[in-house]
Design a protein around this ligand. Structure first.
Ligand SMILES: [Zn+2]
Length: 73
């Protein structure tokens, strides 16, 4: 699992999902580069697939430079 820098801090996939979701996920896959730019600051956006609960699998997006985050729900 690759750690990435988000807002100046190294984060794991689990921690990235937690930043997006507001609470730790049950499970998270590896971090990937999303093919999009942040709408707020034009920064690079990371993507991570995670399970907020046993029945849900969502892809979350988080800007590497600011607080912007989204998911595909
Ligand atoms: Zn941003």
């Amino acid at each position: 699992m690759t750690n990435r820098v988000v807002q100046g801090r190294m984060v794991t996939a689990e921690r990235l999902a937690e930043l997006i979701e507001g609470e730790p996920p049950m499970e998270a896959d590896g971090i990937e580069d999303a093919d999009r730019q942040c709408p707020d600051c034009d920064g690079d956006v990371l993507a991570v697939a995670y399970m907020p609960s046993v029945t849900e699998l969502v892809t979350g997006y988080k800007c590497q430079d600011c607080d912007w985050a989204d998911d595909d729900r």
